[in-house]
Each structure stands twice: as structure tokens, then as C-alpha cells.
Design a protein around this ligand. Structure first.
Ligand code: 3HC
Length: 702
């Protein structure tokens, strides 16, 4: 097998090049190649200096994450980097693209670093639940100081070359051709008699690295990486760097790093890394599949959803027409969009010209005729099937042939809407999550007759509008994937537990502590209790299920306690303030319902609350797999992470179940079925996989 690392010597300069597309992720072959090439170059008397380069679109973007599952084989990073750093000939490296993780750690082991102006660099290991474990936790503080090192790693987002130069992470920005620039700089260094400048021999600057700074960093980690252990592990490793010489520090880094790699948190975060990339691969839709050109988009409805969707398409460069028979509503929508753009400019997230360009492509009209020439029409009207059917019939009449007709419904049957048109192949679901301009998830709902061309176009649109787009379907089912799991599996159980004696606050706290951004009742109050009630009614879910079924939610809805919008729902709200205030009087309504339904009351532990909510999700997720509504179990994980804030460090509900063991999940669900009722019937796929010792990750559609 040819090595991905090559050595060429010319005019006293040894050029070592790594070439392993797409991102030069460092694996055993690269480490072996590096070791061999560096040893040869160091031993070659004709070589005066060594330049390390990477070919292709980027410098090494990190260690090959796949190796964490199998274990990192020989040679170890430490052994390779020791040879590089201890070279008696100067080693220069040139960075471009994204120099991340193990890639940047390779650069840290070199003596001099340059980069092209567009290069970015960082140590994003915390996002994978690990610490920089190839010397990064020990070398970065030596190079840029302990404070900047912690800030850089905690920041996760890669820094630009300019900032890196400021910090002393690189020595030079090269204009023009990077390779040529790096070689000529190396020759200059040789001429100047530059000697090896070993990062490992530097002292750590601890200016500003004090208790206050560490407390601030811990607060930051508590917000951005709540529930994760990796930030604390990083602080431990950096503290080591401030006290011990490099070689002793590396021993400690390995101890801390190995524990991080083996943690459940890291296993989950690595799963999410690959799940996010898998989700973009839609079977049957390759690059060659034909697409429909979409530039003009009509959005029906100027309420919260229509407004958010309008912002999304406007920012992605589309020409957008928002259509609503109510001029008053359109005016509000226009004002909201202008305010959002102004605020983006005010915060420095967008320049004035970009905002103005976006606003110039937006129009707000009352007449449906404006839809005649749009390439894509998205309805974002109230969640009412009769209304949606009417709208689809109208769209079919007005829109040009070939235009895509999309519904933003969150629960309703897309097939039924498609049936009201003479072009069901052009109908697709585009389920945005509220607020649409903030939430990253887009469920693309493939209805029974959606054509491949329309689906492929929808997937491309998802990319252009920068959403995490997950194709689900085939159509027709209640709530698609995310909302079906939420309504049937999760909130239903949370409602049941209120009847059984858990307080509103206890349920929300247990779910928050599990890692979601908020509990189900805070969420319901935000979305509107009436919305949930209307979903339960309009989809027929209420009529189809015997009581107790969402009795607390329905009771609140009937009492007009609709959440934030009425100042009282599951919580109470002060005027103009969205902070939920616990109001124990709500428990009287719940106790009344429990008495009427003859549900015995007791206290529930936080563990039980978490388990019943999450296992409810998992059981419904298993049914979704069984019905083939997604391409892989990990698609469900991505939906729950991006649409509902399921904690990344738990990998998503299906991965979490795999991690616990499906046999254990199945036994628990079976127990609930016996004690709590028929609705806990274990999904047949869960039972089958548990008995066969398989994981959801093994599941593939037939
Ligand atoms: N290991 C293995 N595969 C990787 C990888 C890595 N570090 N980085 C990217 N890939 C793969 C992706 O899975 C994808 O594979 P696919 O085509 O089969 O789906 C392919 O490379 C291209 O990646 P993207 O689709 O993400 O390409 P983009 O151009 O959108 O992004 C990137 C490029 C910014 C480099 C992005 O891939 C990225 O952020 N990669 C991970 C960076 C990272 O986390 N590095 C640290 C790794 S941990 C480490 O180094 C530990 C060390 O301390 C020992």
C-alpha cells in the first residue's frame, strides 16, 4: 500500500507532504509515514531543514475519529511528535484550510509555523468529549500561555490566522502560494542560522490564569457544555502543564485523555459527529439526480412561522413573497423581519449591505396571484386539516406547472393534502421548528407520491438555507418523527406522571437535569397549551385514546390556562416577563383530575420521571424504525438533538438506548406495560432486538 506521506528533497530542503483526502485525518498510516519520513530527513546529511505540508483542501483536520473505537495503533502520536520536536534540523510547517485537533497538535510539535490568510485552527476536542490528547494540552499552554490555551480550547470554534498570529500560535501569514512561501521562509530561517525552537522546552506563561479566570471558565462550560465532564478534564490537564516538564505532563495527559476517550459522553459525542454527516446521505438521491431550479419562494401565512421561514429563505439569497389576506398581519410580519435584520446588524453578525440586500428581495402581498410564478410555495397557516386542504387546492390552481408545493405542517397528513392537487408528485413536507430562523432542524417529509426530483431539490434547499435537514416519511403518519415521539411517547407520559403525583416543577427539573434545555411543561407554556390541545383534537389522537390521556393538558386548555400568552399555564408569568413562576395552585386542578379518573397519588423520584419520559421516546422511536420512516436510527438522534434539545452528550434517544442496552430497556418497558397500562406495549422491534442482543445502530431499512 502506498503511504499517504511522501518525502522529497530539493536544494537542502526536505519536503514532507501528507495526502489523504478528504481532510487528511491522521490515522496509523499517516503516523507511520510521518515517522519514517522524518527519520529519513533527519538522517540525510544533504537536508538542512524540513517543511511539513498537507495536500488538498485542508491541513490535517484532526485525528481519525474512527480510531477512538478501535484504539490508536503504533506508532503513538507521542512517539511521532517526539521525533519531530527533537529534530536537530529546523522543522517548519504550513497550515491551510482547517488545522484541527491532532492536526494542530502536529503543528505544535514543529519548530516554526506559518499559515495562509484563510486558514483556521483550533482544538475542538471538547465537542467530542475528549481533551487534546496528542500533546496539545501540554504544548498549547507553553506556546500561547495557560489562559489563552484554556480560552482557545473552551471556545471550540476555530480561530482565524490573524488571531492565531496575535496569540503567537503561528509565526507568519504567507501571502500567495503557501508551499512556495513556506519553502522560501524556511530557506531564510536557515540563512539566519535559526535553531530548532522546541515548544516542549518553553515555560508556561500563567499571566491571568488565576482562580477568578478559572471560575469564569467553569461558568462558561456550565452554560455551553452543561452536564459534560470533558471541560473539567481539560482544566486538570492544563494545570499539569503549568507544573510539570513536558514528558511528565504527557504521562498525565495520557491518563486524563484515555479516561475521556473511554467515557460514555465521548462515545455519544463521536456518534453524533458521524450521525450529523450520515443524515445528509439520502439513499437513491445521488449528485446526478435531477433537481428543480428554485429562486423565488412564496410563503403563505405571515404569522410566527411564516415570518421565521421568510427570514430563513431571504437570508439564503432567495426572492421571497409572503402572502396573507390580512394586511395588518403582513405589516407586523414586515416589521418583525426588519427588526430581526437590524438586530443582526447591531450585534455585528451581519453587515448593513447584506441586510439591505435581503430586505430588498422580500415582498409582502395580500393577493394569492403573487404565487403564480414562484418555484416553491410553502404554506405556513394554522394547523387545521380542512384549511390546509383548501390551501393546497388553491395552490394547485394558481402555481405554475412544476412548482413545488410544500406544507409546514408539524403533525398533519401530507398525503391528504397532496390528494387535493392534480400534482401529488410535487408535494412535500417542509417541517420547520419554531422559531424557524433560529432552530436548526428541518424535517423533509417525503409523502407517498413525492417525486425523487422534488425530494432531491428539497434536500438541496435544506443545505442552502443551512438547516440540518432530515428526510422522513413516507408521509401520512401523525407527527412525522419528532413530534410523534414527543406527543405519543414523551409528553403523554409526563402528563400521566402529573396525575400520579409528580409536581409540574419536579417533572421539569428532572428533564432539565437530564440535559434538555427545558422540561415539557415550560415548553408547552411557551408553545401554547391550546396548540397541544388542538393537535390532540385535530389529529384524532384524543378520540382514539381512552382516558387517562393528556388529561392535565386538556384540563388546562379548557380552563383557558394557555401558558405564556395568557400569563398562566403550567406556570404563572408576570406581565412582560417570560420567566416561569411555580404556582402550587395548579396542583389543585391536577389533583381534581386524578380524583375524577381514580388515579392513586404518590411521590415519584427524579430517576423514575427521567426514565419514563425517555423510555417513552425510545419505544415510539422503535416503532418508527419498524415502519421504516427514517433511513437509520441515528437520523432520529439528529432530529431530537436539533429539534428538541436532547443533550448531545447522551447521543440522542436511540443511541442512549443502545448505550444502556436494549435488553435492559425492553425489560423496563415490559414492566411499565404490566403496571401502567396497555399504552406501554413494547415495540416489537425493541423486543426482537433485545432478544437478539442487537443495537438500534444495527437497524437498516429493508
Ligand atoms: N476523523 C474521521 N473522519 C473525519 C474527520 C476526522 N477527524 N473529520 C472529517 N471526517 C470525515 C467526515 O466524516 C466526512 O466523511 P464522509 O464524507 O464519509 O461523510 C468527510 O471527512 C468530510 O467531512 P465533512 O463532511 O465534515 O466536510 P466539511 O468540509 O464540511 O468539514 C471539517 C471539514 C471542518 C474538517 C469537519 O469535517 C470537521 O470539523 N472535522 C472534525 C474536526 C475535529 O473534530 N477534529 C478533532 C478530532 S479529535 C483529535 O484530533 C484528537 C487528538 O487530540 C488526538
Amino acid at each position: 500500500m502506498t503511504s499517504p506521506v511522501t518525502l522529497a528533497v530539493d536544494d537542502g530542503i526536505a519536503e514532507i507532504t501528507i495526502d489523504l483526502p478528504p481532510v487528511n485525518a491522521i490515522n496509523q498510516a499517516i503516523r507511520t509515514g510521518l515517522l519514517e519520513c522524518f527519520r529519513k530527513a533527519i538522517a540525510d546529511d544533504s537536508v538542512q531543514a524540513i517543511v511539513l505540508l498537507a495536500a488538498g483542501r485542508t491541513y490535517m483536520a484532526g485525528a481519525d475519529i474512527n480510531e477512538f473505537d478501535t484504539g490508536v495503533g503504533e506508532p503513538a502520536y507521542y512517539d511521532v511528535f517526539r521525533v519531530i520536536e527533537n529534530s536537530d534540523k529546523i522543522v517548519v510547517t504550513a497550515l491551510h484550510g482547517t488545522a484541527l485537533g491532532g492536526g494542530l497538535e502536529t503543528a505544535l510539535a514543529c519548530h516554526y509555523r506559518c499559515a495562509d490568510a484563510n486558514a483556521r485552527m483550533g482544538l475542538p476536542e471538547l465537542s467530542l468529549g475528549i481533551i487534546p490528547g496528542a500533546g496539545g494540552s501540554q504544548r498549547l499552554p507553553r506556546l500561547i500561555g495557560a489562559k489563552a490555551a484554556v480560552e482557545t480550547v473552551f471556545g471550540i470554534v476555530p480561530i482565524k490566522a490573524e488571531k492565531a498570529l496575535e496569540l503567537g500560535l503561528i509565526d507568519k501569514i504567507v501571502d500567495g502560494d503557501l508551499r512556495r512561501g513556506a519553502i522560501s521562509w524556511t530557506k531564510e530561517l536557515v540563512q539566519q542560522g535559526a535553531s530548532p525552537r522546541r515548544t516542549g522546552e518553553m515555560d508556561v506563561d500563567v499571566t491571568g490564569y488565576d482562580d477568578d479566570f478559572l471560575a469564569e471558565m467553569r461558568t462558561l462550560a456550565g452554560k455551553r457544555m452543561r452536564g459534560q465532564e470533558a471541560p473539567e478534564r481539560l482544566l486538570e490537564a492544563v494545570a499539569v502543564a503549568t507544573k510539570l516538564p513536558l514528558e511528565e505532563g504527557l504521562v498525565e495527559e495520557k491518563r486524563i485523555g484515555d479516561a475521556a476517550v473511554a467515557s460514555a459522553e465521548s462515545e455519544a459525542l463521536r456518534h453524533v459527529f458521524f450521525a450529523e454527516r450520515e443524515v445528509t446521505k439520502v439513499p437513491g438521491i445521488g449528485k446526478s439526480a435531477s433537481r428543480i431550479e428554485v429562486e423565488t419562494v412564496g410563503i403563505l401565512g405571515s404569522g410566527t412561522m411564516g415570518t421565521g421561514i421568510g427570514i430563513v429563505f431571504g437570508n439564503a439569497g432567495y426572492t421571497v413573497r409572503i402572502i396573507d389576506p390580512s394586511r395588518e398581519s403582513l405589516d407586523k410580519c414586515k416589521a418583525a423581519i426588519e427588526k430581526t435584520q437590524a438586530s443582526q446588524v447591531g450585534r455585528g453578525r451581519m453587515d448593513q449591505a447584506t441586510a439591505a440586500d435581503m430586505l430588498s428581495r422580500m415582498s409582502y402581498v395580500t393577493s394569492y396571484d403573487a404565487l403564480a410564478d414562484v418555484d416553491l410555495a410553502i404554506e405556513a397557516v394554522f394547523e387545521d386539516m380542512n384549511l390546509k386542504k383548501e390551501i393546497f387546492a388553491k395552490l394547485d390552481e394558481i402555481c405554475k406547472p412544476g412548482a413545488i408545493l410544500a406544507s409546514n405542517s408539524s403533525t398533519l397528513n401530507i398525503d391528504d393534502m397532496a390528494a387535493c392537487t392534480a400534482r401529488p408528485a410535487s408535494v412535500v413536507g417542509l417541517h420547520f421548528f419554531s422559531p424557524a430562523n433560529i432552530m436548526k432542524l428541518l424535517e423533509i417529509v417525503r409523502a407517498g407520491k413525492t417525486s425523487k426530483e422534488v425530494l432531491a431539490t428539497a434536500v438541496d434547499i435544506g443545505k442552502r438555507i443551512r438547516k440540518v435537514a432530515v428526510v422522513v416519511g413516507i408521509g401520512g403518519t401523525f407527527g412525522f418523527v419528532g413530534n410523534r415521539m414527543m406527543v405519543k411517547g414523551y409528553i403523554r407520559e409526563a402528563d400521566q406522571m402529573l396525575l400520579e403525583g409528580a409536581s409540574v416543577q419536579e417533572v421539569d427539573k428532572a428533564i432539565y437535569d437530564f440535559g434538555l434545555p427545558m422540561g415539557p411543561w415550560t415548553m408547552n407554556d411557551m408553545g401554547g397549551v391550546d396548540i397541544m390541545c388542538s393537535v390532540l383534537e385535530s389529529t384524532g389522537a384524543r378520540a382514539a385514546n381512552p382516558e387517562p390521556f393528556y388529561n392535565v393538558t386538556l384540563a388546562l386548555g379548557e380552563a383557558g390556562l394557555l401558558g405564556q400568552k395568557t400569563g398562566q399555564g403550567f406556570y404563572r408569568y408576570e406581565k412582560g416577563d417570560r420567566t416561569p413562576i411555580y404556582d402550587p395552585s395548579i396542583e389543585n386542578i391536577i389533583a381534581g383530575e386524578a380524583e375524577r379518573l381514580n388515579v392513586g397519588r404518590k411521590s415519584l423520584t427524579a430517576d423514575e420521571i427521567q426514565q419514563r419520559c425517555i423510555f417513552g421516546l425510545i419505544n415510539e422511536g422503535a416503532r418508527i424504525l419498524e415502519e421504516g420512516l427514517v433511513y437509520r436510527a441515528s437520523d432520529i438522534d439528529v432530529i431530537w438533538i436539533y429539534g428538541y434539545g436532547f443533550p448531545r452528550f447522551r447521543g440522542g434517544p436511540m443511541f442512549y438506548a443502545d448505550q444502556i442496552g436494549l435488553d435492559k430497556v425492553y425489560e423496563t418497558v415490559r414492566g411499565y406495560h404490566e403496571t401502567l397500562g396497555n399504552y406501554w406495549q413494547p415495540a416489537p422491534l425493541l423486543e426482537q432486538f433485545a432478544k437478539e442482543g442487537r443495537k438500534f445502530a444495527d437497524w437498516a431499512p429493508e
